[in-house]
Design a binder for this molecule. Structure first.
Ligand code: GUN
Length: 288
């Protein structure tokens, strides 16, 4: 007799986003009744097709929840000085509570300079050094939206991270590093793996929670996963047929993991939801 292969339970990012956005919409209404409409300014420089899709979804998320939304699009040859001047104006604009410059920016613009030019009070992406320092030290601040969304997904399944081993694959400033700090804050034992990790499989096989955030297909396959582990897939890639896929071999890993996030419909919608939460909180803080 063969043992039936268990299938992982899905963590549905669309359903969880809907629930959280309903709460956001209610809080927006409450704030509006006090005369404040949360406002997000999104700046897109150039015509990166993926960025255009992301930005469109961010603006739509804002409008759906009753935010004031400003989208500024500039040509790919915009100078760094011109972009910094726009950020300076938005920093001083009382109708704007959050500022987001979609990355990547064209090569004549220094992304770090842009990130540090945004007021930490309006840094709803959570990329500023002040935000990173706040996360590291446990002070109030804005958390980067993608790892923040991953934490909300773990919370949604009632997962207690205390004493668990979490393995993060990827060490970017946007996902990997802040993800590790958030997991640590919830008392997980955290390992960060990256391109120079000697034996990735040896690490992931020990993990109770795996976050794959590399930006490459099939970074995590079924043989690398401990039965019952929770697998969060941050990847956004295309397969040879042009279909959206993550970093995880979903078809294989779903037969081993206890929980898994799909792509699309997993972490992606949660990123935008947490952007809305951060922007709402930025606006609420001005009302204190
Ligand atoms: N490019 C890819 N992801 C992001 C994000 O979360 N924020 C910004 N500003 N740019 C990105």
């Amino acid at each position: 007799m063969t043992t039936p292969t268990p299938t992982a339970r899905l963590i549905d990012g669309v359903a969880l986003s809907q629930k959280l956005r309903t709460e956001v919409t209610q809080r927006v209404q409450a704030l509006k009744s006090r005369g404040i409409t949360p406002g997000l300014a999104v700046i897109l420089v150039g015509e990166n097709p993926a960025s255009q899709v992301y930005v469109r979804n961010k603006v739509k998320g804002c409008l759906d929840c009753g935010f004031h939304s400003v989208l500024e699009k500039y040509d790919a040859d915009m100078t760094e000085a011109a972009l910094l001047a726009r950020i300076d104006a938005l920093n001083r604009d009382p109708a704007i509570h959050g500022i987001l410059v979609q990355l990547p920016v064209p090569k004549q613009i220094d992304a770090n300079k842009v990130i540090e030019a945004i007021s930490p009070l309006k840094d709803v992406d959570g990329f500023h050094m002040v935000s990173a320092g706040a996360l590291m030290t446990g002070m109030p601040g804005f958390w980067p939206c993608t790892p923040y969304g991953c934490m909300k997904m773990l919370e949604s399944i009632g997962y207690d991270l205390r004493g668990k081993h979490a393995v993060v694959i990827g060490r970017s400033n946007i996902v990997g590093k802040p993800m590790a700090l958030m997991l640590l804050q919830k008392n997980a034992t955290v390992t960060i793996c990256h391109s120079a990790t000697a034996d990735l499989k040896a690490m992931t096989l020990q993990a109770d929670v795996i976050v794959a955030a590399v930006g490459k297909r099939n970074v995590l396959t079924a043989d690398m996963v401990k039965p019952g582990a929770v697998v969060l897939d941050v990847g956004m890639n295309r397969d040879e047929a042009g279909k959206l896929c993550g970093d995880v071999d979903f078809a294989g890993v779903k037969n081993v993991a206890g929980y898994i996030t799909p792509v699309p419909g997993g972490v992606g919608p949660m990123t935008i939801t947490m952007l809305l939460v951060n922007t709402l909180e930025a606006a609420e803080r001005t009302a204190l």
